[in-house]
Structure formats: structure tokens, C-alpha cells
Design a protein around this ligand. Sequence first.
Ligand code: PRP
Length: 185
Amino acid sequence: MNNKMNRDIEYVLADRELLGDICEKLGKQITEDYRNSEHPLVFVIVLKGSVYFAADLIRCIPLPCEMEFMKVSSYGAGTETSGFIQVHLDLKRDITNCDVIIIEDIIDSGRTLEKLSHLLEDRGAHSVKCCTLFDKPERRQVDLNADYVGMRIPDEFIVGYGLDYDEKYRNLPYVGVLKPCVYSK
Ligand code: PRP
């Protein structure tokens, strides 16, 4: 813990070993659930936070599949009618009749996942499920849960393994709780 980023971490929430165990466990569940499906399997990796998780998770799933990337932002209140989703980077393929698994690093209010799920369903996917590394249930503002959850966590400011504060700390190889003095400056 002697570099500049490490000094900003209060404590480690998930080290490399735990992250690896989570990916293996979720990978086995997904493999079991989709092994007999006859629909193309497409992982929709939501940029930027989920890139490291997606890379490790998908390598634990020995099934034919494709990787697609999206960058989205959700705005507005929690209801479907009043909120909307802005797509900054879209899929490169048609997902009609595909089994889609959205990969997220974290679910907070749940708005992003709710709107993204509806968007992909509207595009004709055969099924849309979500796998998230972290879930903060106490922050939820819509009635929605991921199908696969790595770890439920309290409402702490976490960074690392893809998760950022002000675009920094994504490259920490573990997930840590950021010291409040860093973001209250
Ligand atoms: C985070 C996260 C989810 C979303 C969750 O992305 O990756 O996409 O917020 O929040 P919600 O449940 O309240 O909708 P962010 O917008 O921070 O982008 P990033 O992954 O590029 O950091």
C-alpha cells in the first residue's frame, strides 16, 4: 500500500483472490443456465466500469458467445415514463432472438439497468438478464434486481477494478473504499 492511489484507500473491500472467486462462481452459474440454449449468447458490456469484470467473468464461461459494448447514461426520475437513457456508444450487431446478458460493475439506483433492459427487449432479444459485480440494495429507486450478483455491499464509495472516482482509480487491481477526505476536498 505504498503508491499514491493506495494511500487514498480506507480499506480493501474485495482483493484479487475474492474477485477471482466471484467470477468463477458467477461464470459457473451462467454456464449452467445457458449451456442448452439454442439462441446466440451476447454479452453487453456497459462501459466503462465493467471492463475488467467482464474480461475475467467471460473467460470463466466456456460457451460460444459474443462481446458487445455500450456506453449509456440514464437521466430523470425513477419511473419509466419520466426518465430516459442516452446511448453514447451502441451495439454493432442486431440482437434479435439472442440471449443477452448485460454486464455491470455496480447497480445503485437501478435506473440504468431498468432502462437498458427495456431498450434491449424492445430490440427483439429472446431474453435479457443482468450480471453485476456489486449491488447496493439500499440505494435502489426502482423495483429491479440483477439476475446474477457477485457481492451485495453497503453504501460506501468504492473504486478500483474498473470503478472510478472522477475517472481515476479504475486501474487498481482490487476494490477499495475511498477515504472520504479524497472526495470531500
Ligand atoms: C455506473 C455503473 C452503472 C450505473 C449504475 O456507471 O457502471 O452503469 O452507474 O447506477 P444506477 O443504478 O444508479 O443507474 P457510470 O455512469 O458511473 O459510468 P462508468 O461505468 O463509465 O464509470
